[in-house]
Write a protein that binds this ligand. Structure first.
Ligand code: AMP
Length: 421
């Protein structure tokens, strides 16, 4: 049996690397005072069609759709925003007294893409969604999150690229200009772009096929179509980023693959030569109409999603690994007779905050010390007949090689002191 195409298994060092990053993300979200949210992995198909947009590649070509046993049309989530917005509306979080509502999520997403480096069919995203504020200070704050996570993990060469798609009025003016510009060239474009020309000409700028064509390169750019309010929004965002000492560049080619963005859009790239298109580690933007589109009251929103897999390969390219948390105690019994006491002690130690593993197979003394060499615990606790009788445990400090007999009632205190030394 083999895993499905475009998926991967996690074990060994990869598992440690992932768990460390997950901890960093959780800790960072506490510092930013964001709340954790979790939504179902499958939702109604309609949610993604309305939420992500009918003209995006994600929805037109890449969803895993299925009918459940009652014939309902379902979709495995291809991204996190639509579900979080649905939950925000359904649970009436817009009614909270403490707006904005700042949320974060983490979990698997599914897209039927052609698997290649940095592109999987099941992949993990960490993302944030903030509801109820149009203040560009929030846009700057959420851009600072991936930047600070990458910095904390030690990734160098991070590039932040920002752009603005303006508000509805600005985008309507821009779309009109794009249509006029592309009209004479429609027949030279790919089949998808012909559809995009009708449905949403902004999408054409994101085309992977026509990307290199001169007509694309010379197309009008959005920033000259921003109205005054949109211009102000974008200017303030840049001022806040400067104040937060986050270097960035304005890149008018960034329009992002989803239909719902307004004002700010951004991407964070790893500056790694051989990374190609997978250099985009993270992307996001503002979506001031999405809550309303999905049936909620008019509420501003802004968010981003970062891919775990690309972050892992960027760390690998830069040889950044995170050390495994070390093991505190390894326990073994000299015979079957003392195993119950070992079971008791392991529980006592774990409940007092020590990490513990033990001999489960009644290995020989020699084989147990071989295992100690591999696992490198701080302490080895050896339990024989006498230890059980006297409730005195033989403890070997595996690093200093000091060996002592300690009464059970002093065990925790002793280990705490030894660890501090
Ligand atoms: P998107 O949701 O398309 O804006 O993507 C946001 C981030 O998710 C990207 O920058 C990638 O890091 C990651 N990502 C998107 N699609 C995939 C995929 N098929 N495989 C792995 N990572 C992905």
């Amino acid at each position: 049996m083999q895993k499905p195409k475009g998926t991967y298994d996690v074990y060994g060092d990869l598992g440690k690397q992932i768990q460390y990053i997950e901890k960093v993300i959780g800790a960072m979200m506490e510092k930013y005072h964001y709340e954790y949210v979790r939504t179902p992995i499958f939702e109604s198909k309609e949610l993604f069609h309305r939420g992500v947009g009918d003209s995006s590649d994600i929805v037109t070509k890449e969803t895993y759709d299925f009918q459940d046993r009652a014939g309902r049309e379902m979709t495995l989530r291809p991204e996190g925003t639509a579900g979080v917005v649905r939950s925000f509306i359904e649970n009436k979080l817009y009614g909270r007294a403490t707006l904005p509502v700042k949320t974060w999520y983490y979990g698997p997403m599914f897209r039927y893409e052609r698997p290649q480096a940095g592109r999987y069919r099941e992949f993990y995203q960490f993302g944030v969604e903030v509801f109820g504020s149009n203040d560009p200070l929030i846009d700057a704050e959420i851009i600072s999150i991936p930047v600070n996570i990458y910095r904390f993990l030690g990734l160098k060469g991070i590039k932040v690229k920002i752009n603005s798609l303006g508000d509805e009025e600005s985008r309507t003016a821009y779309k009109k200009a794009l249509k006029e510009y592309f009209k004479p060239y429609v027949n030279e474009l790919c089949e998808d772009c012909k559809v995009r020309f009708e449905k949403n000409p902004l999408r054409m700028l994101d085309c992977k096929v026509d990307h290199e064509k001169e007509i694309m390169k010379n197309a009008p750019t959005i920033l000259s179509y921003l109205n005054k309010e949109s211009e102000e929004h974008f200017k303030h965002l840049q001022d806040y980023l400067k104040a937060m000492e986050i270097p960035f560049e304005v890149d008018e080619t960034i329009v992002r693959g989803l239909d719902y963005y307004t004002h700010t859009v951004f991407e964070v790239e790893a500056d790694i030569k051989e990374f190609g298109s997978q250099k985009v580690l993270c992307g996001g933007g503002r979506y001031n109409q999405l809550v309303e589109t999905l049936g909620g009251p008019s509420t501003c929103g802004v968010g981003f999603a970062m891919g775990m897999e690309r972050l892992l390969s960027a760390l690998e390219k830069e040889n950044i690994t995170f050390k495994e948390e070390s093991l505190d105690c390894y326990l073994f019994a000299l015979s079957e007779n003392e195993k119950e006491y070992v079971a008791y002690l392991s529980n006592l130690l774990r409940m007092n905050g020590f990490s513990v593993t033990m001999d489960y197979n009644q290995k020989s003394f020699k084989a147990n010390f071989k295992q100690v060499e591999r696992l490198n615990p701080k302490f080895v606790l050896i339990i024989g007949e006498e230890e059980v009788k006297d409730k005195k445990i033989t403890i070997k400090n595996n690093h200093t090689k000091k060996e002592e007999k300690i009464k059970e009632e002093h065990l925790i205190e002793y280990l705490d002191e030894e660890i501090e030394m």
